[in-house]
Design a protein around this ligand. Structure first.
Ligand code: AFP
Length: 275
């Protein structure tokens, strides 16, 4: 059942990858949180909506690219960011697809997640899944999942940090934290959450898109980005936080609510939360 959802995402990945080169232009529309949409965002959303709602096990589809949910009876709820980091398309940098599977109607608490996954359209297409207490990585080979790493845990020795937003828009508390770790780790920021999170999963460290002075709730969307990423990182032995509590404890009131996001090695997230 959950595997059916993972498989449909993997099966769609080659078409997504193939279509990207011809759908990089703007669609002259905005998504519900005000981001400009590319033709590819809308195309990928329609593709996933059709394929995912065909599954008997899925009853509800919600996407970062559409205002309201689509329903098709009983079953799991799927929340998706069809093309995460699509502004990277123009500069030919990495993008992803993020998926959360909830055992509840949406919006809801991250504690109702039962699985999460992402596809990373990098030099190779990979997919990372978290389900039943285990995080696994696959190569997506012509739509099929070929195992790469099983039972992934965050490396014990963190190496990287990546922080979103501009420094003059950070809060004094976050600036202080950034100062404290700058000399210890290497900076890496890619501008698509999934590429940034995947390198934390691979090399260890911390990724944050903090609360900003201009946007106290940060930039990232709780249901479509924060919950699934937190589920994957926490299943891999890391921690997530909005500055106070685990991102999984957040119950957004609205589908498109935002949250500050901190994910990574336990010690680093604890230090940041205790400041
Ligand atoms: P989209 O999914 O709308 O393309 O947004 C990308 C994103 O939400 C997330 O993937 C990045 O971490 C973040 O925005 C990048 O934001 P900046 O452009 O402010 O660096």
């Amino acid at each position: 059942m959950i595997e059916d959802i993972f498989n449909i995402i993997a099966k769609s990945a080659p078409s997504i990858r193939h279509e990207l080169s011809t759908r990089r232009g703007s669609s002259n529309t905005q998504n519900p949180t005000g981001d400009s949409q590319l033709a590819a965002d809308i195309w990928a959303d329609n593709l996933f909506a059709e394929k995912i709602l065909e599954l008997d096990s899925v009853g509800l589809y919600a996407s970062e690219e559409r205002e309201n949910v689509l329903t098709s009876g009983d079953g799991f709820s799927v929340a998706i960011d069809p093309l995460d980091g699509s502004s990277n398309l123009l500069s030919n940098n990495m993008i992803g697809t993020i998926v959360g599977v909830y055992d509840s109607i949406l919006p809801t608490s991250g504690r109702n997640l039962i699985a999460a996954a992402y596809v990373l359209y990098g030099p190779i297409t990979t997919m990372v899944t978290a389900y039943s207490g285990s995080v696994n990585e696959y190569v997506v080979d012509q739509g099929n999942l070929r195992p790469l790493r099983k039972g992934i845990t965050l490396p014990k020795k963190p190496q990287l940090y990546g922080f979103g937003g501009t420094e003059n828009d950070w809060t004094p508390k976050f600036k202080k934290y950034a100062e404290s770790i700058r000399n210890e780790f290497k900076p890496r920021y890619g501008g698509s959450l999934i590429s940034d999170v995947n390198q934390i999963l691979t090399y260890g460290g911390i990724f944050a898109y903090p609360a900003l002075i201009s946007s106290p709730t940060g930039k990232l969307r709780t249901l479509f980005e924060a919950h699934p990423v937190a589920y994957i990182i926490e299943t891999a032995g890391g921690l997530s936080s909005n500055g106070d509590v685990s991102l999984l404890d957040l119950s957004p009131e609205n589908l498109h609510d935002r949250t500050p996001l901190y994910v990574g090695n336990k010690t680093l997230i604890e230090e940041l939360s205790n400041l």
